[in-house]
Design a binder for this molecule. Structure first.
Ligand code: MN
Length: 225
């Protein structure tokens, strides 16, 4: 089944990122175009691939958290206005947005005002994820298609079981992001309030916005330990 896709010589299917590219002017923004996309890791290995996730805090016209899950060569993406919550009784609105390139996982910085998404982007969390039932990529594809995507996150700040449930509403797909009731669930834990710096650079939104130099490990980080 992968035979047809192989003919691209390692390039990712271009159609998936069409909307992403149409919205952006890559001569003006430093976001990745996703153009030079060859596999970042060896694609031939038989064992199940490690799938990545990232959460970016994005101060644009409205503050929101971009929640992205790697699936089939792109980052499936949702804008979560209030961000994730560890409280399993809390359902956070997650508006599905266009697929992003895998390289977006490394993006932190500013998008010029006037450009799409103009504002500040922080790498708020990152790690790997997997299907909750152990069913691998097939289970994730199937869950995404069905609008009931159950997964386990192995991030620095987000861990344990979560679900994205698609609501039956007309128009652009809207989902709910909900923490599962597991040993990591914590009533009234506001992780968005607790964690206000970049997982990649330790910078605050304000420091990213003014282009502050990345603190070297052992300086800024030392104060935390
Ligand atoms: Mn965004």
């Amino acid at each position: 089944m992968a035979a047809k896709k192989r003919s691209g010589g390692g390039k990712r299917a271009p159609t998936k990122l069409t909307e992403y590219r149409r919205k952006r002017d890559f001569t003006k923004t430093r976001e990745p175009s996703g153009g030079a996309a060859t596999a970042v890791r060896p694609a031939r290995k038989k064992r199940a691939p490690t799938l990545r996730f990232v959460v970016q805090k994005h101060e644009a016209s409205h503050l929101h958290f971009d929640f992205r899950l790697e699936l089939d060569g792109v980052m499936k993406s949702w804008a979560v206005p209030k961000g994730p919550s560890y409280d399993p009784s809390v359902r956070r609105l997650a508006m599905e947005v266009e697929d992003h390139p895998i390289e977006y996982n490394k993006f932190e910085g500013t998008i010029p005002q006037g450009e799409y998404g103009g504002g500040t982007v922080m790498l708020w969390d990152r790690g790997t994820y997997e299907a909750e039932d152990g069913g691998g990529v097939e289970a994730l594809r199937e869950g995404y298609a069905r609008g009931d995507l159950k997964f386990v996150l192995h991030g620095e700040r987000l861990r344990g079981g979560w679900v994205l449930v698609r609501m039956k509403r007309p128009g652009r797909p809207q989902w709910l992001l909900i923490k599962h009731r597991d040993e990591l669930a914590e009533k009234s834990r506001d992780v968005v309030e607790e964690e206000t710096t970049s997982v990649a650079t330790g910078r605050t939104m304000e420091e990213i916005a003014r282009g502050a130099r990345v603190a070297r490990r052992g300086t800024r980080t030392a104060a935390k330990r």
